[in-house]
Design a protein around this ligand. Structure first.
Ligand code: ADP
Ligand code: TYD
Length: 206
């Protein structure tokens, strides 16, 4: 694939969506064909699945059922949005990708790592070129996410211990995969955005 595939990861409220928007604007202003997308979602079919997984009671789905739903959404997103954009040489900024399944379904409610990895290999099989991890204290993240409110609170409602395990899980992935860069998400958004741009620009041809 010819373009650049970037993923943004981190716990809820870490600033991924804010930074995705700022990076998207900055790259468009520099003349780069850039697509900002998100998971779960990013294609019409995957956005329908998004509603199923993000709304309702925390115990609506088991972790195993979620793995299937998130993977189905990701497969559609990959086919309809990500692959076509990369094929024409675009930068794809993806707000969450497979690492979110590795963490939120793979380790936060018992160890389902092997199941997540097998399904990923079978149905998805691609990894981002570069992953930016926005690291933040789970209490700060949760209060930011709760202040934002809305209908999509199912994972926020799983609580602080859940987000704390997720943070540790993301930091462990950052140690494991060289494609990771860890960014301190507690600083003002403009400061974070400057660091993000400085990390991404060397991966692009001007
Ligand atoms: P995420 O996509 O990781 O859940 P958002 O970008 O939606 O995070 O940010 C969650 C909330 O915190 C939003 O209300 C946003 O305006 C605010 N926010 C984002 N970045 C910062 C920051 N660096 N400092 C303070 N508040 C922030
Ligand atoms: P997102 O819209 O990024 O929420 P936020 O902006 O609050 O971080 O993601 C919604 C939720 O979906 C988030 O709590 C994490 C969860 N999620 C998974 O559990 N597994 C996945 O594979 C993905 C992509 C998201």
């Amino acid at each position: 694939m010819a373009g650049l595939f970037l993923s943004l990861e981190g716990i809820d409220g870490s600033g991924k969506s804010t930074q995705g928007r700022l990076l998207h604007q900055a790259l468009l202003a520099r003349g780069h064909d850039t697509v900002l997308t998100r998971e779960p979602g990013g294609s019409p079919g995957a956005e329908e699945i998004r509603r199923l997984v993000l709304e309702g009671d925390p115990d609506r789905w088991s972790a195993e059922t979620e793995i299937l739903l998130f993977t189905a959404a990701r497969r559609d997103h990959l086919e309809k949005t990500i692959r076509p954009a990369l094929a024409r040489g675009a930068v794809v900024i993806c707000d969450r990708f497979a690492d979110s399944t590795r963490i939120f379904q793979g380790i936060t409610r018992g160890d389902l790592t092997a199941t997540v990895d097998r399904l990923h290999e079978l149905m998805i099989g691609v990894e981002p070129d570069l992953t930016l991890l926005f690291d933040i204290d789970p209490g700060v993240g949760l209060s930011r996410a709760q202040a934002r409110k809305g209908h999509e609170m199912r994972f926020e409602d799983m609580g602080l211990a859940f987000q704390t395990r997720a943070r540790a899980g993301f930091l462990a992935l950052a140690d494991r995969f060289p494609r990771y860069r860890v960014i301190d998400g507690a600083r003002p958004a403009e400061t974070v955005a400057e660091e993000v741009l400085a990390l991404v620009l060397p991966h692009l041809t001007p």
